[in-house]
Design a protein around this ligand. Structure first.
Ligand code: GAP
Length: 444
């Protein structure tokens, strides 16, 4: 029987491992389901996506502050936020093998039933399962405090709302942005980075006056802003869409919710990002549960109120996965199959690779090294490669998404004819003078 053709997802997973992007977490011990480790190139790709978020949502704006809260938070925070009671998924257990899966995920049920084709699978009645991950802090068994690893990074911002008011004195409307890890005891982690138990989020909480018209206006603004930002990661417009949640789909804190969805090759449209109108839910509940007043005083109008929060919440790892799926391309060059990642230079882990045409010609190697050092000072993500023949080096760089390869050849040193720059997507080469190289690469 011939081997079934690999799916795009399988090809991306295998490229990630082969080329040092992403590995199964603690793989040599059998791995942990829903946990992944990032290798050198994956770490750079993820870093570049986060940097792009940080620049656009926080650094370039006058109305947004950045912060970074702790992962561990007392369980009381999650009682206040409603997660202890309501952050649940429906769970069913297989009566044959006792595996538990999410009752509202037809793919997970179908996968399980196909593993037990011979028996008829019977399921238990659905029960609710809380996704918060719990642990204890403190040396004593009896007095150790029950804490949770945060289920969303959001609460770290809300619990610091008063600290930000007292230290930064912001004028409403204003936002607080954050990037960091979140943890969810997902019943059925699946689809590589899509549904993990440990993952990263990038979020903005934008606080506004509690007025309907203002709420609608600001919500629309951030919905469009987030969508345009996501497109800027290099997606084709037809592969992204905005979709409003039905009322029974919304999280317990949301008055309105929209998702940016990506048309995945593994399961069609899937959530990439959420924009939520959280109203005064979080600040009001934290005021009630902590006893600390979380209201804002408007000096001009002499009014005191609990602000509303419009939230943009994106998954970093989902962005990494969707970017890789979108970028993965196969074509043919000189009769040979070629795999390349069509990553935008802004997020590519390596932006420029510098080669000497031949490894055993010291003059070429020396010049290439000189150029490598020159570019490294100016550009983030430059590598040097003199391994194997030039064709192999191009293929290696293509596969990790390097947009430009600079080659030092005999004309460079003998005729002072500059270097060649090869474009990853077209394979076309252009000659550029060495003293114009940095400028050229910074502009393209
Ligand atoms: N603060 C709001 C919030 O956490 P969410 O829709 O539950 O909202 C926001 O999560 C984003 O976090 C999602 O759009 C997704 O990109 C990412 N995310 C959520 N659960 C995830 C998981 N188990 N694995 C990977 N990413 C996840």
């Amino acid at each position: 029987m011939s081997k079934p053709e690999e799916t795009k997802m399988e090809k991306v997973v295998s490229l990630c491992k082969r080329r040092g992007f992403i590995f199964q977490g603690s793989e040599i011990y059998g791995g942990l389901s829903g946990i992944y480790d990032y290798g050198p190139l994956g770490t750079d790709l993820r870093h570049n996506i986060k940097q792009y978020f940080w620049d656009n949502f926080i650094k370039e704006r006058d109305d947004v502050y950045g912060m970074s809260a702790a992962i561990l938070m007392p369980s009381r925070v999650w009682e206040a936020s409603g997660h202890t009671e309501l952050f649940t998924d429906p769970l069913v257990e297989c009566k044959v093998c006792h595996e538990r899966v999410r009752a509202d995920q037809p793919e997970a049920i179908a996968d399980h039933e196909s593993k037990h084709k011979k028996e008829k699978v019977e399921w238990s009645k659905p029960t609710v399962f809380n996704l918060l991950v719990e642990t204890k802090l403190g040396a004593s068994e009896t007095t150790a405090a029950k804490v949770n690893l945060r289920g969303e990074i959001t609460q770290g911002v809300h619990v610091n709302f008063k600290n930000i008011l007292d230290s930064m004195h912001p004028k409403i409307p204003f936002g607080i942005g954050q990037i960091g890890k979140a943890f969810r005891n997902e019943i059925t982690p699946r689809d590589f980075l899509f549904r993990q138990r440990e993952f990263e989020q990038m979020e903005l909480q934008y606080y506004i006056k509690p007025e309907e018209a203002e709420g609608k206006r600001v919500f629309e603004y951030w919905k469009q802003f987030a969508f345009d930002w996501y497109l800027g990661l290099g997606f084709k417009k037809e592969n992204l869409r905005l979709r409003q949640h039905a009322s029974d789909e919304r999280a317990h804190y949301a008055k309105d919710a929209w998702d940016i969805e990506y048309n995945t090759p593994f399961a069609g449209w899937k959530e990439a990002w959420g924009i939520h109108h959280r109203g005064d839910w979080d600040l009001r509940r934290h005021s009630e549960y902590s006893g600390v007043d979380m209201s804002y005083f408007d000096e001009e109008k002499k009014e005191r109120f609990i602000p509303w929060d419009i939230e943009c919440s994106g998954g970093v790892d989902r962005a990494v996965l969707f970017v890789l799926l979108e970028a993965y391309t196969e074509d043919e060059v000189d009769g040979e199959k070629r795999i390349y990642l069509k990553l935008l230079p802004r997020i590519a882990p390596i932006k420029v690779a510098v080669f000497p045409l031949l490894k055993n010609k010291p003059a070429l190697v020396e010049k290439a090294r000189e150029i490598y050092i020159m570019l490294k000072k100016e550009i983030d993500g430059v590598s040097f490669d003199d391994n194997g023949n030039i064709g192999k080096r191009y293929r290696r760089q293509d596969e990790i998404g390097t947009p430009y390869c600079v080659t030092v050849d005999f004309e460079t040193i003998e005729k002072g004819a500059g270097v060649t720059i090869r474009d990853r997507d077209t394979g076309k080469q252009e000659r550029v003078k060495i003293d114009e190289l940095t400028k050229y690469l910074k502009v393209v």
